[in-house]
Design a protein around this ligand. Structure first.
Ligand SMILES: Nc1ncnc2c1ncn2[C@@H]1O[C@H](COP(=O)(O)OP(=O)(O)OP(=O)(O)O)[C@@H](O)[C@H]1O
Ligand SMILES: [Mg+2]
Length: 306
């Protein structure tokens, strides 16, 4: 006897970091969503190929080069440098108030550095005008802690928003992709709910679906696993990993969650008192004798025993 189709029995397909995204999507929309995913992956590979080479190798997708930022007398960043290669994940670590969110805002041009250079998609964005910045914000989207969904419209309309705004797809295609994206991020069937009906974890998942709807080249996640239960945190971590692997997305993840950083990071940058005191792989960070890093790692073991 043929195996019953799990998707039609309402049963959850077990998801791991390797599960193809399309496996979470029901059959009636899988052709449309499959095309959408493939288009995004191809676009991101092409974007990586288009970056200027550095020493005969593709250069970073995003880089901070000797960046300084103060608010009045208050110094937030002082000579901070780091980068992320296309298709890789960088985790930004550090205690509260060190400038992690400020760094993300500078990347999108909402704040300007006082000195130094910020490059996105191979271009120095520091002198960019609003119109050029809008183009950068189309390529690089941000998933905010609270989701930053539009409160007065439904979940479905939130996710459809970037596709409707672009105006390249027919309405029935949009509805199919919305359905599939919600299934992919683990919140199937919530199209008609309002953001106020949702938990923090659900809002964040829907914010990821909305980010994907704009087919970005890079996604910035600000604290994706805070204020959600450990299972949801695990699922969100797996989702970020699958998006990186299967859509070739470049990702920056701001987090205090060392487990998440260990799972996702190709590289980490650790900010402390205005400086990037460490930039390298997680393995290198674990080997570091720097007392501040040691303290952060030890504290994490106390909070989240493995
Ligand atoms: N627009 C602003 N004007 C003035 N000060 C600001 C502004 N934005 C941020 N700051 C200050 O810059 C510092 C860094 O803020 P930021 O939000 O980047 O911290 P963070 O590392 O993201 O912390 P957390 O982990 O708590 O989110 C803080 O002291 C904050 O008060
Ligand atoms: Mg922050």
């Amino acid at each position: 006897m043929a195996e019953p189709d799990k998707k039609f029995e309402g049963e959850q397909v077990e998801v791991t970091a390797d599960t193809p995204l399309i496996e979470s999507v029901s059959e009636d929309v899988s052709a449309e969503v499959g095309d959408f995913i493939q288009q995004a992956a191809q676009q991101n590979e092409a974007a990586a190929d288009a970056l200027p080479d550095v020493k005969n190798k593709p250069g970073p997708y995003i880089s901070f080069e000797h960046v300084y930022k103060s608010f009045g007398e208050f110094v937030v960043l002082e000579d901070v440098s780091f980068f992320v290669y296309p298709g890789e994940t960088l985790c930004i670590l550090g205690r509260s108030g060190v400038g992690k969110s400020v760094s993300l805002q500078m990347l999108l041009g909402f704040l300007k550095p006082d000195k130094g250079m910020i490059k996105v998609a191979g271009e120095n964005i520091c002198g960019f005008k609003e119109r050029e910045l809008q183009e950068i914000r189309r390529k690089v989207t941000m998933v905010f802690q609270n989701g930053a969904l539009f409160d007065s419209i439904t979940v479905g309309e939130n996710v459809a928003f970037p596709m409707r705004e672009r105006g390249e797809m027919a309405e029935d295609q949009i509805l199919q992709v919305v359905k599939g994206l919600l299934e992919m991020v683990g919140v199937a069937g919530m199209e008609s709910l309002l953001p106020s009906d949702l938990s923090t974890g659900m809002k964040r998942s829907i914010a990821i679906a909305r980010a994907l709807a704009s087919q970005p080249e890079a996604v910035l996640y600000d604290e994706p696993t805070t204020m959600v239960d450990p299972l949801m945190a695990h699922l969100l971590g797996d989702l970020i990993e699958r998006l990186k692997q299967q859509l070739h997305l470049t990702s920056i993840v701001v987090t205090h969650d060392m487990r998440l950083a260990k799972k996702l990071a190709d590289r980490v940058v650790f900010l402390s008192a205005g400086k990037a005191i460490f930039f390298g792989t997680m393995g290198e960070m674990e080997q570091s004798q720097d007392p501040i890093l040691q303290e952060f790692l030890a504290l994490d073991e106390l909070v989240t025993p493995v």
